[in-house]
Design a protein around this ligand. Sequence first.
Ligand code: NDP
Ligand code: 2IT
Length: 445
Amino acid sequence: MQDVVEKVYEQVVARNRGEAEFHQAVREVLESLDPVIAKHPHYAENALLERIVEPERQIMFRVPWVDDAGEVHVNRGFRIEFNSALGPYKGGLRFHPSVNAGIIKFLGFEQIFKNALTGQGIGGGKGGSDFDPHGKSDAEVMRFCQSFMTELSRHIGPNTDVPAGDIGVGGREIGYLFGQYKRLRNSYDAGVLTGKGLAWGGSLVRTEATGYGTVLFAQSMLATKGDSLEGKTVAVSGAGNVAIYAIEKAQQLGAKPITFSDSSGYVVDEAGVDLELLKQVKEVERGRVADYVSRRPGARLVTEGRPWDVPVDVALPCATQNELDADNAATLLRNGCAVVAEGANMPSTPEAIEAFQAAGILYAPGKASNAGGVATSALEMEQNAGRTRWDFATAEAKLTGIMADIHDSCVEAAETYGRPGDYVLGANAAGFTRVADVMIAHGIV
Ligand code: NDP
Ligand code: 2IT
């Protein structure tokens, strides 16, 4: 990295000690900015880089709640309001035991550039808690969500900060969070949260959007080589919201997904994933991947290694950060995998990304390929503001158009800065310049 950029990175490490995921996300962006700063030195003036890596506001709070047995628990809540240059802070809430300040900060930082890529006027933020929804009753999840929102409600609003779902936060949690917000504020602010139920302000296609968008992005990358997903085998990780709808869209486009996973292991189903069964097990029963295998002849559960050990043409990591390392990348490449599109945020380690890029395969970073979820959240906000509701085809056509535009912006920026086909540089440069130009226009704030 150039001196000016390296200094900013060193300050981030010194100021945010022990936050390895945040350092990793910042490093990836700053490295990409080298050619951007070289071409436009004014981006490094007025401490623009120093400002963009520092959250505008960081909120951390106690979340006490009572379980079904009457025992009191204390979790920690976070909301990092990272950047509001382009619009209200926007980004999901993650409930997972691994959540800490560094993880929420990395997610919030990525969200700035992802949201800029959508072209929709949304700033970047992220939040969550180290609460683990697994194995909790609906009543426990509700009491937790109510306690969490009691503090969060002071900080959010349809024009201020608009949370949504992420790992461990889906329609059920958004419902409990919205109910408590409405009660505390005595105001039906539909646009304060996205991912709402269809009967109370939700948008069609929001549930499907992240997975669909990821596969559409993979299809656009393949189209640059005159190829398509038709007939390709696909390895998917995760078995949550993003994974399920990535599998659905891949199947619609004629590809054959043969794996999915959760934290108990991965499933290989050489005949192709039975999506109805997967939805029944994961969405309806909230079960484990083993419940799929017990009902699906020919499918097997593997508890050692990762889905990346299975030979495929396309890999779609849709579970969590750093779930695909250098060894996994080497295995995928050895087996002939030629496309990786990230549904999750930062699922590939820096070494894995380096291997994909050195091999010259099509590799899309999450902030570009998984932007369909937040893009459709912004469409939900638009419908809420206009007190209207679009049908499925209208919302899906808008998502498809936005994903195509993001793809083309990445391609164009990669060419502008001299590395055609480098989607990491393309996404970071295109996202950064949009935010930076507006920050400059707004003055030193
Ligand atoms: P879900 O909670 O619906 O599903 C997450 C899935 O990933 C589960 O199958 C879960 O298994 C697995 N998983 C999570 N953490 C781990 C872990 N540490 N080790 C192994 N498996 C794990 O979340 P989403 O599908 O919504 O999110 C998946 C990824 O996509 C995340 O990186 C998220 O940030 C990203 N994303 C989500 C968007 C959205 O709209 N929902 C938008 C853009 C990105 P288990 O149940 O066993 O924990
Ligand atoms: O990582 C993400 O982009 C999300 N979890 C979705 C955020 C949103 O506001 O829809």
